[in-house]
Ligand binder design. Structure first.
Ligand SMILES: NC(=O)c1ccc[n+]([C@@H]2O[C@H](COP(=O)([O-])OP(=O)(O)OC[C@H]3O[C@@H](n4cnc5c(N)ncnc54)[C@H](OP(=O)(O)O)[C@@H]3O)[C@@H](O)[C@H]2O)c1
Length: 337
Protein backbone atom coordinates (compact mmCIF):
# COMPACT_ATOMS: atom_id res chain seq x y z
CA UNK A 1 0.00 0.00 0.00
CA UNK A 2 1.25 3.49 -0.85
CA UNK A 3 2.47 5.45 2.17
CA UNK A 4 1.00 8.95 2.17
CA UNK A 5 2.99 11.79 3.69
CA UNK A 6 1.05 14.80 4.97
CA UNK A 7 1.89 17.72 2.71
CA UNK A 8 1.41 20.18 5.55
CA UNK A 9 4.61 18.84 7.14
CA UNK A 10 6.82 19.46 4.11
CA UNK A 11 8.91 22.65 4.48
CA UNK A 12 8.53 25.25 1.73
CA UNK A 13 10.83 27.84 0.18
CA UNK A 14 9.84 31.23 -1.20
CA UNK A 15 10.91 32.30 -4.68
CA UNK A 16 11.82 35.93 -5.46
CA UNK A 17 8.38 36.38 -7.04
CA UNK A 18 6.75 35.43 -3.73
CA UNK A 19 5.57 31.94 -4.67
CA UNK A 20 6.11 29.19 -2.09
CA UNK A 21 7.30 25.85 -3.41
CA UNK A 22 8.09 22.51 -1.69
CA UNK A 23 11.65 22.23 -0.40
CA UNK A 24 12.06 18.73 -1.83
CA UNK A 25 11.32 17.40 -5.30
CA UNK A 26 11.72 14.16 -7.18
CA UNK A 27 14.33 13.71 -9.92
CA UNK A 28 13.31 11.92 -13.11
CA UNK A 29 16.63 11.06 -14.79
CA UNK A 30 16.79 7.28 -15.08
CA UNK A 31 20.63 7.41 -15.17
CA UNK A 32 20.69 5.30 -18.38
CA UNK A 33 19.57 2.44 -16.11
CA UNK A 34 15.83 2.86 -15.55
CA UNK A 35 13.58 3.18 -18.61
CA UNK A 36 10.72 5.65 -19.14
CA UNK A 37 8.09 3.16 -17.90
CA UNK A 38 9.85 2.61 -14.59
CA UNK A 39 10.49 6.32 -14.06
CA UNK A 40 6.96 7.39 -14.97
CA UNK A 41 5.35 4.77 -12.74
CA UNK A 42 7.58 6.03 -9.90
CA UNK A 43 6.24 9.55 -10.61
CA UNK A 44 2.68 8.18 -10.30
CA UNK A 45 3.56 6.57 -6.98
CA UNK A 46 5.32 9.72 -5.81
CA UNK A 47 2.25 11.89 -6.51
CA UNK A 48 0.13 9.47 -4.48
CA UNK A 49 2.62 9.55 -1.66
CA UNK A 50 2.72 13.36 -1.51
CA UNK A 51 5.45 14.71 -3.82
CA UNK A 52 4.43 17.99 -5.40
CA UNK A 53 7.67 18.96 -7.21
CA UNK A 54 9.07 17.06 -10.21
CA UNK A 55 12.35 17.82 -11.97
CA UNK A 56 12.00 16.86 -15.64
CA UNK A 57 14.09 17.45 -18.77
CA UNK A 58 13.63 16.70 -22.45
CA UNK A 59 16.96 14.86 -22.56
CA UNK A 60 15.77 12.34 -19.95
CA UNK A 61 13.66 10.83 -22.76
CA UNK A 62 10.59 10.18 -20.62
CA UNK A 63 8.50 13.36 -20.64
CA UNK A 64 5.79 11.78 -22.84
CA UNK A 65 5.14 8.97 -20.36
CA UNK A 66 5.40 11.31 -17.36
CA UNK A 67 2.84 13.52 -19.14
CA UNK A 68 0.40 10.60 -19.22
CA UNK A 69 0.89 10.17 -15.47
CA UNK A 70 0.23 13.88 -14.77
CA UNK A 71 -2.85 13.80 -16.95
CA UNK A 72 -4.22 10.72 -15.20
CA UNK A 73 -3.56 12.28 -11.79
CA UNK A 74 -5.44 15.46 -12.77
CA UNK A 75 -8.33 13.46 -14.30
CA UNK A 76 -8.70 11.27 -11.24
CA UNK A 77 -8.60 14.28 -8.93
CA UNK A 78 -5.58 12.93 -7.03
CA UNK A 79 -3.95 16.34 -7.42
CA UNK A 80 -4.75 19.68 -9.06
CA UNK A 81 -2.45 21.25 -11.64
CA UNK A 82 -1.73 24.28 -9.44
CA UNK A 83 -0.63 22.04 -6.57
CA UNK A 84 2.30 20.71 -8.61
CA UNK A 85 5.60 22.46 -9.33
CA UNK A 86 6.91 20.94 -12.56
CA UNK A 87 10.23 21.93 -14.09
CA UNK A 88 11.91 21.06 -17.38
CA UNK A 89 15.06 22.08 -19.26
CA UNK A 90 16.13 22.96 -22.76
CA UNK A 91 18.84 20.58 -23.97
CA UNK A 92 22.15 21.73 -25.45
CA UNK A 93 21.18 21.12 -29.08
CA UNK A 94 18.23 23.54 -28.86
CA UNK A 95 19.93 26.86 -28.02
CA UNK A 96 19.88 28.53 -31.47
CA UNK A 97 17.28 31.13 -32.53
CA UNK A 98 13.77 29.65 -32.41
CA UNK A 99 14.85 26.39 -30.86
CA UNK A 100 14.00 27.24 -27.24
CA UNK A 101 10.45 27.97 -28.44
CA UNK A 102 10.35 24.62 -30.25
CA UNK A 103 11.79 22.83 -27.24
CA UNK A 104 9.27 24.12 -24.72
CA UNK A 105 6.42 23.48 -27.17
CA UNK A 106 7.50 19.83 -27.39
CA UNK A 107 7.92 19.54 -23.62
CA UNK A 108 4.48 21.05 -22.98
CA UNK A 109 2.92 18.67 -25.51
CA UNK A 110 4.76 15.67 -24.03
CA UNK A 111 3.95 16.60 -20.44
CA UNK A 112 0.35 17.45 -21.49
CA UNK A 113 0.52 20.83 -19.79
CA UNK A 114 -0.47 24.35 -20.84
CA UNK A 115 2.42 25.82 -18.85
CA UNK A 116 5.49 24.66 -16.98
CA UNK A 117 6.36 26.03 -13.54
CA UNK A 118 10.05 26.63 -14.22
CA UNK A 119 12.08 26.19 -17.40
CA UNK A 120 15.87 25.89 -17.21
CA UNK A 121 18.84 26.19 -19.53
CA UNK A 122 20.24 22.73 -18.78
CA UNK A 123 23.91 23.57 -19.55
CA UNK A 124 25.37 26.97 -20.49
CA UNK A 125 26.91 25.57 -23.69
CA UNK A 126 25.29 24.46 -26.97
CA UNK A 127 27.48 21.35 -26.84
CA UNK A 128 25.51 18.29 -27.76
CA UNK A 129 26.27 14.73 -26.83
CA UNK A 130 23.93 11.88 -27.52
CA UNK A 131 22.02 10.44 -24.56
CA UNK A 132 23.77 7.35 -23.21
CA UNK A 133 27.18 8.19 -24.73
CA UNK A 134 30.36 7.06 -22.98
CA UNK A 135 32.73 9.32 -21.05
CA UNK A 136 35.30 9.58 -23.86
CA UNK A 137 32.77 10.96 -26.38
CA UNK A 138 33.57 14.42 -27.72
CA UNK A 139 31.72 16.52 -30.29
CA UNK A 140 34.15 18.44 -32.57
CA UNK A 141 31.55 21.22 -32.92
CA UNK A 142 31.65 21.97 -29.18
CA UNK A 143 32.54 25.53 -28.13
CA UNK A 144 33.53 27.29 -24.90
CA UNK A 145 31.07 29.48 -23.01
CA UNK A 146 30.29 32.78 -24.71
CA UNK A 147 28.28 35.53 -23.01
CA UNK A 148 26.60 36.82 -26.20
CA UNK A 149 25.65 33.33 -27.33
CA UNK A 150 24.23 32.49 -23.91
CA UNK A 151 22.29 35.75 -23.74
CA UNK A 152 20.69 35.13 -27.12
CA UNK A 153 19.44 31.81 -25.73
CA UNK A 154 18.30 33.59 -22.55
CA UNK A 155 16.39 36.14 -24.66
CA UNK A 156 14.29 33.24 -25.95
CA UNK A 157 13.79 32.09 -22.36
CA UNK A 158 12.47 35.58 -21.53
CA UNK A 159 10.11 35.39 -24.51
CA UNK A 160 8.58 32.08 -23.45
CA UNK A 161 8.17 33.52 -19.94
CA UNK A 162 6.33 36.50 -21.38
CA UNK A 163 4.12 34.19 -23.44
CA UNK A 164 3.11 32.47 -20.19
CA UNK A 165 4.58 29.11 -21.24
CA UNK A 166 6.68 29.07 -18.06
CA UNK A 167 5.97 30.78 -14.74
CA UNK A 168 9.62 31.05 -13.68
CA UNK A 169 13.06 30.83 -15.28
CA UNK A 170 16.14 28.90 -14.20
CA UNK A 171 19.75 28.18 -15.09
CA UNK A 172 21.76 25.04 -14.38
CA UNK A 173 25.43 24.07 -14.17
CA UNK A 174 26.55 27.69 -13.82
CA UNK A 175 29.59 29.15 -12.06
CA UNK A 176 30.08 32.43 -10.19
CA UNK A 177 32.21 33.97 -13.00
CA UNK A 178 29.51 33.13 -15.55
CA UNK A 179 26.70 34.43 -13.33
CA UNK A 180 28.58 37.67 -12.69
CA UNK A 181 28.67 38.24 -16.44
CA UNK A 182 25.13 37.25 -17.36
CA UNK A 183 22.92 38.28 -14.42
CA UNK A 184 23.31 42.04 -15.04
CA UNK A 185 22.26 41.42 -18.67
CA UNK A 186 19.06 39.50 -17.86
CA UNK A 187 15.84 41.46 -18.36
CA UNK A 188 14.11 38.65 -16.46
CA UNK A 189 16.34 37.09 -13.84
CA UNK A 190 16.48 33.38 -13.00
CA UNK A 191 14.63 32.62 -9.76
CA UNK A 192 16.16 29.15 -9.49
CA UNK A 193 19.56 27.65 -10.15
CA UNK A 194 20.17 23.90 -10.33
CA UNK A 195 23.61 22.67 -9.34
CA UNK A 196 25.28 19.51 -8.07
CA UNK A 197 25.12 19.43 -4.28
CA UNK A 198 25.69 16.72 -1.69
CA UNK A 199 27.71 16.55 1.55
CA UNK A 200 31.01 15.80 -0.22
CA UNK A 201 30.42 18.61 -2.77
CA UNK A 202 28.66 21.49 -1.08
CA UNK A 203 29.58 24.34 -3.51
CA UNK A 204 29.39 26.71 -0.54
CA UNK A 205 30.60 29.80 -2.39
CA UNK A 206 28.19 29.37 -5.31
CA UNK A 207 25.36 28.49 -2.93
CA UNK A 208 25.97 31.66 -0.87
CA UNK A 209 26.29 33.75 -4.03
CA UNK A 210 22.88 32.53 -5.25
CA UNK A 211 21.27 33.32 -1.92
CA UNK A 212 22.63 36.87 -1.98
CA UNK A 213 21.11 37.20 -5.47
CA UNK A 214 17.77 35.92 -4.11
CA UNK A 215 17.99 32.82 -6.28
CA UNK A 216 16.73 29.52 -4.84
CA UNK A 217 19.12 26.58 -5.22
CA UNK A 218 18.02 23.14 -6.39
CA UNK A 219 20.61 20.50 -5.53
CA UNK A 220 21.04 17.56 -7.89
CA UNK A 221 22.68 14.24 -7.01
CA UNK A 222 21.71 14.93 -3.37
CA UNK A 223 22.64 11.39 -2.26
CA UNK A 224 25.80 11.33 -4.36
CA UNK A 225 24.09 9.56 -7.25
CA UNK A 226 25.19 6.01 -6.39
CA UNK A 227 23.73 4.64 -9.66
CA UNK A 228 25.04 7.38 -11.96
CA UNK A 229 26.06 6.48 -15.52
CA UNK A 230 29.54 5.01 -16.03
CA UNK A 231 30.69 8.20 -17.80
CA UNK A 232 30.21 10.05 -14.50
CA UNK A 233 32.34 7.64 -12.44
CA UNK A 234 36.03 8.44 -11.85
CA UNK A 235 38.83 7.13 -9.64
CA UNK A 236 38.88 9.14 -6.41
CA UNK A 237 35.11 9.74 -6.25
CA UNK A 238 33.80 9.27 -2.73
CA UNK A 239 30.44 7.77 -1.69
CA UNK A 240 28.49 10.30 0.40
CA UNK A 241 26.61 7.55 2.22
CA UNK A 242 29.93 6.14 3.49
CA UNK A 243 31.42 9.38 4.82
CA UNK A 244 32.03 9.15 8.59
CA UNK A 245 30.23 12.50 9.21
CA UNK A 246 27.13 11.21 7.38
CA UNK A 247 27.27 7.72 8.91
CA UNK A 248 27.57 9.05 12.47
CA UNK A 249 24.45 11.24 12.05
CA UNK A 250 22.62 8.29 10.47
CA UNK A 251 23.50 6.09 13.44
CA UNK A 252 22.40 8.75 15.92
CA UNK A 253 18.97 8.95 14.22
CA UNK A 254 18.70 5.25 13.35
CA UNK A 255 18.20 6.01 9.64
CA UNK A 256 19.85 5.23 6.28
CA UNK A 257 22.73 7.64 5.47
CA UNK A 258 20.84 8.70 2.30
CA UNK A 259 18.22 10.31 4.53
CA UNK A 260 20.89 12.32 6.34
CA UNK A 261 21.92 13.78 2.96
CA UNK A 262 18.30 14.78 2.26
CA UNK A 263 17.70 16.31 5.69
CA UNK A 264 21.00 18.20 5.48
CA UNK A 265 20.09 19.71 2.10
CA UNK A 266 16.64 20.89 3.21
CA UNK A 267 17.84 22.24 6.55
CA UNK A 268 20.60 24.09 4.73
CA UNK A 269 17.99 25.87 2.64
CA UNK A 270 18.25 24.18 -0.73
CA UNK A 271 15.85 21.90 -2.60
CA UNK A 272 17.18 18.35 -3.06
CA UNK A 273 15.66 16.36 -5.94
CA UNK A 274 16.51 12.74 -5.10
CA UNK A 275 15.64 10.05 -7.62
CA UNK A 276 14.43 6.54 -6.96
CA UNK A 277 12.06 4.10 -8.60
CA UNK A 278 11.58 2.26 -5.31
CA UNK A 279 8.65 3.41 -3.20
CA UNK A 280 10.42 2.59 0.04
CA UNK A 281 13.18 5.01 -0.93
CA UNK A 282 11.24 7.86 -2.51
CA UNK A 283 8.60 7.80 0.23
CA UNK A 284 11.36 7.63 2.85
CA UNK A 285 13.10 10.64 1.33
CA UNK A 286 9.91 12.72 1.50
CA UNK A 287 9.05 11.62 5.01
CA UNK A 288 12.59 12.39 6.19
CA UNK A 289 12.08 16.13 5.75
CA UNK A 290 8.92 16.11 7.87
CA UNK A 291 10.37 14.58 11.05
CA UNK A 292 13.37 14.20 13.35
CA UNK A 293 15.61 17.04 12.06
CA UNK A 294 19.40 17.00 12.36
CA UNK A 295 20.76 18.92 15.34
CA UNK A 296 22.83 22.08 14.93
CA UNK A 297 25.91 20.10 15.98
CA UNK A 298 25.20 17.51 13.28
CA UNK A 299 24.74 20.25 10.68
CA UNK A 300 28.10 21.69 11.76
CA UNK A 301 29.75 18.27 11.56
CA UNK A 302 28.32 17.75 8.08
CA UNK A 303 30.03 20.94 6.90
CA UNK A 304 33.22 18.94 7.42
CA UNK A 305 32.04 16.25 4.99
CA UNK A 306 33.14 18.53 2.13
CA UNK A 307 35.64 16.62 -0.07
CA UNK A 308 35.44 18.75 -3.24
CA UNK A 309 34.07 15.67 -5.00
CA UNK A 310 32.29 16.80 -8.17
CA UNK A 311 30.59 13.76 -9.71
CA UNK A 312 29.07 15.21 -12.89
CA UNK A 313 32.27 16.56 -14.38
CA UNK A 314 30.72 17.15 -17.80
CA UNK A 315 33.80 16.15 -19.81
CA UNK A 316 31.62 15.08 -22.75
CA UNK A 317 30.85 18.77 -23.33
CA UNK A 318 34.51 19.78 -23.80
CA UNK A 319 35.50 21.65 -26.93
CA UNK A 320 38.58 21.02 -29.11
CA UNK A 321 41.59 22.56 -27.35
CA UNK A 322 40.11 22.33 -23.85
CA UNK A 323 42.54 20.89 -21.30
CA UNK A 324 40.16 18.91 -19.12
CA UNK A 325 36.79 18.89 -17.40
CA UNK A 326 37.97 21.60 -15.00
CA UNK A 327 37.68 24.05 -17.93
CA UNK A 328 33.89 23.81 -17.70
CA UNK A 329 33.87 25.07 -14.13
CA UNK A 330 36.06 28.23 -14.18
CA UNK A 331 38.14 27.06 -11.22
CA UNK A 332 40.56 30.01 -11.32
CA UNK A 333 37.71 32.50 -11.00
CA UNK A 334 37.60 33.55 -14.65
CA UNK A 335 35.57 32.16 -17.52
CA UNK A 336 37.69 29.62 -19.41
CA UNK A 337 37.68 30.44 -23.11
N1 LIG B 1 20.69 19.75 -13.97
C1 LIG B 1 21.49 18.74 -14.22
O1 LIG B 1 22.44 18.85 -15.02
C2 LIG B 1 21.28 17.43 -13.51
C3 LIG B 1 22.33 16.49 -13.48
C4 LIG B 1 22.12 15.29 -12.81
C5 LIG B 1 20.90 15.05 -12.19
N2 LIG B 1 19.89 15.97 -12.24
C6 LIG B 1 18.57 15.71 -11.58
O2 LIG B 1 18.82 15.32 -10.24
C7 LIG B 1 18.12 14.12 -9.95
C8 LIG B 1 18.83 13.33 -8.87
O3 LIG B 1 20.14 13.00 -9.24
P1 LIG B 1 20.64 11.50 -9.32
O4 LIG B 1 19.50 10.61 -9.59
O5 LIG B 1 21.79 11.45 -10.23
O6 LIG B 1 21.26 11.26 -7.87
P2 LIG B 1 20.71 10.95 -6.40
O7 LIG B 1 19.30 11.38 -6.27
O8 LIG B 1 21.74 11.49 -5.48
O9 LIG B 1 20.83 9.38 -6.32
C9 LIG B 1 19.85 8.55 -6.85
C10 LIG B 1 20.10 7.14 -6.40
O10 LIG B 1 20.07 7.09 -4.97
C11 LIG B 1 19.38 5.94 -4.54
N3 LIG B 1 18.47 6.32 -3.44
C12 LIG B 1 17.49 7.25 -3.49
N4 LIG B 1 16.87 7.34 -2.29
C13 LIG B 1 17.46 6.43 -1.47
C14 LIG B 1 17.26 6.05 -0.12
N5 LIG B 1 16.34 6.63 0.64
N6 LIG B 1 18.06 5.07 0.37
C15 LIG B 1 19.01 4.47 -0.38
N7 LIG B 1 19.25 4.81 -1.68
C16 LIG B 1 18.48 5.78 -2.22
C17 LIG B 1 18.53 5.47 -5.69
O11 LIG B 1 18.70 4.09 -5.80
P3 LIG B 1 17.40 3.15 -6.03
O12 LIG B 1 16.94 3.48 -7.41
O13 LIG B 1 17.97 1.79 -5.87
O14 LIG B 1 16.37 3.50 -4.99
C18 LIG B 1 19.04 6.20 -6.92
O15 LIG B 1 19.58 5.36 -7.90
C19 LIG B 1 18.04 13.43 -11.31
O16 LIG B 1 17.05 12.42 -11.35
C20 LIG B 1 17.74 14.60 -12.21
O17 LIG B 1 16.36 14.94 -12.15
C21 LIG B 1 20.07 17.17 -12.87
Amino acid sequence: MTSVIDNAGIPRIRLASGRDIPSIGMGTFGSDKYGPEEVSSAVAGAIRCGYRFFDCASVYGNEDLIGKVFDAAFQSGDVKRDELFITSKVWNNMHSPGQVHASIAKTLADLRLSYIDAYFVHWPFPNYHAPGCDGDSRNPDSVPFDVDRFMSTWKQMEEIYEKGQTKHLGMSNMTIPKLKEVLPLCRIKPELIEMEQHPSFQQRELFDYCRVQNIVVIGYCPIGSPNRPERDKAPGDVADTELPEVVSAAEAHGIHPALVCIKWAVQRGSIPIPFSVHEKNYAGNLRAVTEDPLTQDEMKLLEKAERNCRLVKGQVFLWPGAKGWEDLWDLDGTITK
